[in-house]
Design a protein around this ligand. Structure first.
Ligand code: OSB
Ligand code: MG
Length: 368
């Protein structure tokens, strides 16, 4: 595959409803979409970096800079053999996993297109459906949260994740659990707690949560290990697992029992596969996290979640959970059994609607 042109599209999309975590309330998202041209076809990819350096230090514009200044010039016009060759060329650049992943996703997609197979097959995935789940942001009050949960349950979502933060923690979980005694429920703290909150975290044990996601700071592996040693509830790490090496440290310290895999956060699909294998070898199950992707990034997440060690429902919801109008046709939908179908066509297997993409594009740079 020979990359001859890359369009860097900055798009702006409004969520159907604001999404609030312990660190931000998001309503309008800027994203970087890559359109990668080769003589044999075009691949689209979505960068998972956000507007501000909150979830990670990267933003859509730092990613754009790293792509423009370093990654694209290194590989432009080269006869690339595939993802391994890409890493040979750009692996020496430090950091910026989401920027690297954005181009790497396109290269994996081009490889799948060349082979005439779905990306899921190309990655070694085996399923034709993946188990969905929904992540619900912090609401104004518990009544509204309960209404939202009821609505998602009625749509078929088999696992509910709620965001928590200090002050909206045990009481909220207690009310939700009281209302829905039997649902598969988990919480995500996005780094908002510390060892000073041990009592609060221990009080969560009684609600038979599927897991507690990322209670402590992203770089605090040690205290996660201390917490996991005292809790029966599994800890799941998200922000802390920024590389395969971090996954090995987490396993060695027993800092978690479950890993949330986001390919962008770990630097792309090759490294996501590595994290998947490390987790499996250490008896840890995984699931696929989300970054409020459009259909382009969602198609990649769906492909990743077809791998065998994805044993928990993923934060991969239907398009209409996020957007009035997704960038793809048809949008992703949830089946009555709580699953999402894996596209069967070559590459991403979804059709990008150019008119919709054009409509949401606020800035475009063409690199040849
Ligand atoms: O922590 O998993 C997270 C969204 C943006 C940033 C971080 C997170 C999330 C989600 C939403 O929880 C998952 C999704 O539905 O895309
Ligand atoms: Mg998370």
């Amino acid at each position: 595959m020979k990359i001859e042109r890359v369009d860097l599209l900055q798009i702006r999309m409004r969520l159907k409803a604001p999404f609030e975590t312990s660190y931000a309330r998001l309503s309008e998202l800027d994203k970087l979409i890559l359109k990668v041209y080769t003589p044999d076809g075009i691949a689209y990819s979505e960068c998972t970096a956000g507007n501000q350096p909150l979830y990670s230090y990267e933003t859509f514009d730092t990613a754009k800079y790293i792509l423009k200044r370093f990654i694209i010039p290194t590989i432009m016009g080269m006869e690339l053999r595939g993802p391994d060759h890409y890493w040979e060329k750009i692996g020496r650049f430090r950091g910026h996993p989401m920027a690297k992943a954005a181009m790497e996703n396109a290269i994996w997609t081009l490889k799948a297109m060349e082979d005439g197979i779905p990306l899921a097959k190309c990655l070694g995935g085996q399923r034709d459906k993946i188990l969905s789940g929904v992540s619900i942001g912090i609401q104004n009050n518990t009544k509204e949260l309960i209404e939202r949960i009821a609505s998602y349950l009625s749509q078929g979502y088999p696992r509910i994740k709620i965001k928590i933060k200090p002050g909206k923690d045990v009481n909220t979980i207690e009310e939700v659990r009281h209302q829905f005694p039997d649902i598969t429920l988990m919480v995500d703290a996005n780094n908002a707690f510390s060892l000073n909150h041990m009592e609060t975290l221990e009080a969560m044990e009684q609600f038979h949560l599927l897991m507690i996601e990322q209670p402590f700071e992203h770089d605090n592996m040690l205290d996660h290990a201390r917490l996991q040693a005292t809790l029966k509830t599994p800890i799941c790490l998200d922000e802390s697992i920024h590389s395969p090496s971090a996954a090995r440290v987490a396993a060695a310290l027993q800092a978690c029992r479950i890993i949330n895999i986001k390919q962008g956060r770990v630097g792309g699909l090759t490294q996501a596969l590595e994290v998947h294998h490390i987790a499996q070898a250490n008896g840890m199950g995984v699931w696929c996290g989300g970054m409020l992707e459009t259909g382009i990034g969602r198609a990649v997440n769906v492909a990743v979640a077809t791998l065998p060690n994805f044993i928990y429902p993923s934060d991969i919801s239907a398009s209409d959970r996020y957007w009035e109008r997704d960038l793809i046709d048809p949008p992703f939908a949830i089946n009555p059994d709580g699953t999402i179908n894996v596209p069967s066509g070559p590459g991403l297997g979804v059709k990008i609607n150019e008119a919709v993409l054009d409509h949401v594009t606020v800035d475009r740079e063409i690199i040849r």
